[in-house]
Design a protein. Structure first.
Length: 204
């Protein structure tokens, strides 16, 4: 079983910055009210809904700059979907074609399923921290994913976007590796018996 971090497949967009520019706000305004606010952590843990979190961002911005600029900023922020990492997605699809069961995990306030669909990324299952009630890199998050897949952690191979997540997954008992570049992901898939053409371009 292959579990891939969402950030391995989609490069995060600059939605907060786009929101600031669209509404003419001071740099960092959207980020401060969205990702730096305690409600963001609550949303990632599923303690509040994604919509309530977004509504809170809009209210806080409106109190600072007015309702119209706040609405413009939030709309531009939320419309950003990131950039598909072509080679990474190609490798994921190659693994699925080879018969490997593939799932995607994200620290997110809601399932990244709609973003996967937007970017044309196919996976057999999708997990997010808000549904699990715990965020990566906690080993508890990885153990819960394995349990929901009905597998012991040792049968799950996790392709991580950062070294701290690698440590968390390994503590949970998973096979894990840093796969920030396509050559790293190709090598990781080779261990699963997938001919991922590791000699191809390493651009991600």
């Amino acid at each position: 079983m292959l579990l891939v971090d969402f950030a391995v497949l989609v490069h995060p967009g600059a939605g907060a910055e786009k929101g600031d520019r669209a509404a003419g706000l001071a740099p960092g305004s959207v980020d401060r009210h969205a990702h730096q606010h305690p409600s963001h952590e609550a949303a990632l843990l599923g303690l509040t809904s994604e919509q309530r979190w977004v509504d809170g961002v809009r209210r806080r911005l409106a109190a600072q700059v007015g309702p119209v600029p706040a609405a413009v900023a939030v709309r531009a922020w939320r419309e950003e979907r990131g950039r598909r990492r072509e080679r990474m997605v190609e490798l994921l699809h190659r693994a699925r074609d080879a018969g490997v069961l593939c799932a995607v995990f994200a620290n997110a306030p809601a399932s990244p399923g709609r973003d996967l669909a937007f970017h044309g990324i196919d996976a057999d299952d999708v997990f997010c921290s808000a549904e699990l009630g715990v965020t990566a890199p906690s080993p508890l998050a990885f153990r819960e994913v394995a349990a929901r897949m009905g597998l012991p952690p040792g049968r799950v191979h996790y392709a991580a976007a950062g070294p701290v997540a690698v440590a968390g997954a390994r503590t949970a008992g998973m096979e894990a590796a840093l796969t920030a570049r396509s050559a790293q992901l190709a090598a990781f898939l080779a261990a699963l018996g997938v001919d991922a053409e590791a000699q191809a371009s390493t651009a991600a």
